[in-house]
Design a protein around this ligand. Structure first.
Ligand code: MN
Length: 209
């Protein structure tokens, strides 16, 4: 069905992350789960003030909503989170560089400690949710959120995320979320995307200086 929101294309081929994340998992995750959130969001916003709003603005406007607004939040949040998650992954994962590398060393002591904390956040998230690397005024932090919630909804700058809903790993790792996290965090993180997001936060600070 037509609507204001569309399923964003994946930034790589559906088999590009295999064997860490199989083509079958990406197929279900993207074409079924992610697509369904887009379709449901389009139905829910029809005839409402949200129909003409950018996605980020909808997420921020409905994060504390009830009833229909909560349903809109759940689907808008999940569309934004999945768009962000796909871009957080790459089959050509290179080490963090430049300003990001310096910030990771300053705030975590190194990439190994950062990925360890991301793995812990993902494991500790009870039920469905997300693990995040965020920055606030240039300071990095690891966060975890439940269901469709994201730190962006509260104005926090997000650098990377990992989906820890069961649909993200069950076909490849069954119940072993820890193994999924170890593999994805070790092999697929897109540090260039994280650097771009860190720079986005830095720009207004530089402009004001
Ligand atoms: Mn998902």
């Amino acid at each position: 069905m037509a609507g204001p929101f569309t399923l964003s294309p994946l930034p790589w081929a559906e088999d590009a992350l295999a064997p860490t994340i199989s083509q079958k998992t990406i197929g279900f995750h993207y074409h079924k789960h992610h697509h369904k959130y887009v379709e449901t969001l389009n139905k829910l916003v029809e005839g409402t003030r949200y129909a003409d709003m950018p996605l980020e603005q909808i997420v921020r406007a409905t994060v504390n909503g009830k009833d229909k607004e909560q349903k809109i939040f759940n689907n808008a949040g999940q569309v934004w989170n999945h768009d962000f998650f796909w871009r957080s992954l790459t089959p050509k994962s290179a080490k963090p560089g430049g300003r990001l590398k310096d910030a990771i060393e300053r705030d975590f002591g190194g990439v190994a400690e950062l990925t360890k904390q991301l793995a812990e956040a993902g494991k500790e998230q009870f039920g469905s949710g997300w693990a995040w690397l965020c920055s606030q005024n240039g300071k990095l932090s690891v966060e975890k959120t439940a269901n469709a919630i994201d730190p962006m909804a509260k104005g926090i700058n997000c650098l990377l995320t990992v989906d820890v809903w069961e649909h993200a790993y069950y076909l490849d790792y069954q119940n072993d979320r820890a193994k999924y996290l170890q593999e994805v965090l070790g092999k697929l993180l897109n540090w260039e995307f994280a650097t771009e997001n860190l720079e986005k936060e830095a720009q207004p600070i530089r402009a004001a200086a």
